[in-house]
Design a protein around this ligand. Structure first.
Ligand SMILES: [Cu+2]
Length: 609
């Protein structure tokens, strides 16, 4: 942490406080962007960091102040800083090519904007892969008046997934081979070759083969092999936050990963969720929560014993974990649990992708498998049964619960005779042999029961708390202070999240950023976005400049977010009051997905210049 900046920020905070929160004050902050050495304890690498450190800089602002931020670029390439989640004039938003031209090497760019909100946010480079390479920091904004959230201690817990390879190298590798960072390589081609030689039935009897089989689309995480860090420190380096027994400790969880969702828990303690994406929520007591890439959650914990408590962030795909420690004294170390078993994606998770499949079976690429030739036997039990049919992954017990009985690959035929029995599930249009499928019906499968689910029914991604207790769901989030009156949207814009995993192309409505027209919004309207995830991966969608009201069916109490996760096989709605003119970015926050094309420019027409 840049202690000088922190000290200064603290002093300024005090100064503003004593002035009674006058908003006219303009405070100045200096940030340098540097080539740094990163040491994770597991490996060393070259990276990019702020203020010459791998420990993220924490900027502390006060609601109502004007900030002046001098960003000096000490790199040999252009850089930028995007203030993630901050509501500000678009020229200050820091996205090269959309908000401004970027910050050239050797130059200093001065940002200048008013702080109109409070809460936990973060900042990062929006240039190339500087953010995965280390260019991220935290923002803590003290509210203007009384903070309804009381805490005796207040810590930023900023998570990331540091990889030994540079962002450029990772992107080159996945473009060459989408499963490059899978720990075991896909062997589906091998499977098909063997099937040709030995007969498919015989081949399939070899469960080991299934155990080894890697279908790229079934991966929960597409970049593995990272070291997870808390505040720039690995498990070995053990980030520690001190407390006295009985104190309330506020943890400002920020997921600044390039690609990794984390499940966070503090074994032995309940976490009270009090804020999501910088906005206060009605408190929810949970045992564990999942934080998508780019989200923030503030939680309160109350350690009562004089002992170290572990803060555990375990990756959603269970390929990495980091432990920090809350401790009554320096030098203590909390326990490190084992990684839990890897989740298996199910047919339910695939359902969204199958929506797009009818259009382009090869494009949806089951890792090269010709779905035109692979027939599924739909039985009376219908989709629920399919939901239970798990696609095995490497590392999983090859005998674990995948029910191949329903999958008739032996004679490669898909009987349609019983299809009508599934009329209610809209399965009757599914004819995979003929590559015909009702796209709409499959994509909408998640609405089968007339309610929106944030996980597809029967999804292998649905999380469970390690202790069997309460796991936070989007459904639990209620805004404490609605920022907007509830009103009917003026229109709905459908954004299908699409991709071709075989070629590592990620897109929206089947179109990559470079080929896409901007999304044009009108100042003053209220737009409803319908996100339909047709891929097998979760995508954290981030709209710059304006809030995203996540529709959990709570009307004006719907939570106010800047990043909304869309799980595979699900349809999620958000609404936005279009109250910021200019040009904005709208993209998946997985670094390599954004770069590969899951990105849109948004142009807001009208309003104040
Ligand atoms: Cu994505």
């Amino acid at each position: 942490m840049n202690s000088i900046a922190m000290f200064r920020a603290a002093l300024l905070g005090l100064a503003v406080t004593t002035l009674g929160g006058l908003s006219a004050s303009a405070e100045t902050y200096d940030i340098s962007v540097d080539n740094i050495r990163i040491d994770t304890g597991d490996f060393k690498k070259k990276g990019v960091g702020y203020n010459n450190s791998q420990i993220p800089t924490v900027l502390r602002f006060k609601e109502g102040e004007n900030v002046i931020l001098n960003v000096k670029n000490n790199l040999r390439e252009s850089t930028s800083i995007h203030w993630h989640g901050l509501i500000l004039p678009f020229r200050q938003d820091g996205v090269p090519g959309i908000s401004f031209n970027g910050i050239k090497p050797g130059t200093t760019f001065t940002y200048n904007f008013p702080i109109k909100q409070a809460g936990t946010y973060w900042f990062h480079s929006h240039s190339g892969f500087q953010e995965p390479d280390g260019a991220y920091g935290a923002i803590v904004i003290e509210p203007k008046g009384h903070d309804p959230i009381h805490a005796d201690r207040d810590y930023v817990v900023q998570l990331t997934d540091k990889h030994p390879h540079s962002g450029n190298k990772i992107f080159r590798n996945v473009k060459r081979s989408a499963d490059y960072y899978n720990r075991s390589q896909r062997t589906l081609d091998d499977l098909l070759n063997d099937a040709q030689a030995d007969g498919l039935k015989a081949t399939l009897k070899d469960r080991k083969m299934w155990g080894k089989m890697r279908m790229t689309p079934t991966d929960v995480e597409d970049i593995q092999g990272f070291t997870a860090l808390i505040n720039g420190q690995s498990t070995k380096q053990n980030w520690t936050g001190l407390f006295k027994a009985g104190e309330k400790v506020r943890l400002r969880l920020i997921n600044s990963s390039a690609m990794t969702y984390f499940d966070v828990r503090v074994p032995g303690l309940k976490m009270t969720v009090v804020q999501a994406d910088g906005n206060n929520v009605k408190p929810v007591v949970v045992d564990e929560l999942r934080i998508a890439v780019a989200e923030t959650y503030d939680v309160i914990v109350e350690p009562r014993k004089n002992m170290p408590y572990s803060v555990i962030a375990e990756s959603m795909g269970r390929t990495g974990l980091v432990r920090g420690t809350l401790s009554p004294q320096a030098g203590l170390v909390g326990g490190v649990p084992r990684l839990r078993p890897q989740p298996l994606l199910t047919m339910a998770d695939m359902s969204g992708m199958m929506g797009g499949m009818g259009m382009d079976m090869n494009g949806m690429s089951m890792g090269g498998m010709d779905m035109g030739g692979m027939k599924m036997n739909l039985t009376d039990t219908g989709m629920n049964d399919m939901a239970g049919m798990e696609m095995p992954k490497a590392g999983a017990d090859p005998h674990a619960g995948h029910d191949m009985a329903n999958m008739d690959m032996g004679d490669m035929k898909m009987p349609k005779k019983k299809a009508d029995a599934h009329a209610g599930h809209n399965m009757k249009n599914m004819d995979m042999g003929g590559k015909k499928m009702s796209k709409k019906s499959m994509a909408g499968m998640n609405d089968m029961n007339g309610k929106t689910e944030f996980y597809a029914q029967g999804s292998g991604l649905t999380p469970h708390a390690a202790n069997g207790g309460k796991f936070l769901s989007y459904d639990d989030l209620k805004a404490s202070n609605p920022l907007f009156r509830d009103r009917k949207p003026t229109r709905t814009i459908e954004l299908r999240l699409t991709g071709n995993m075989e070629r590592y192309i990620w897109s929206i409505n089947g179109v990559k950023m470079e080929d896409a027209d901007p999304i044009v919004l009108n100042y003053g309207e209220r737009v409803r976005f319908k996100f339909v995830n047709e891929t097998m991966m979760a995508h954290p969608m981030h709209l710059h400049g304006m809030w995203s009201l996540l529709d959990t069916g709570k009307g004006k109490w719907n939570p106010i977010k800047h990043t909304v996760n869309i799980n595979p096989g699900t349809t999620v709605y958000t609404e936005t009051e279009v109250d910021a003119s200019g040009q904005w970015a709208f993209h998946c926050h997985l670094s390599y997905h954004a770069e590969a094309g899951m990105f849109r420019k948004v142009v807001v027409v009208g309003g104040p210049a």
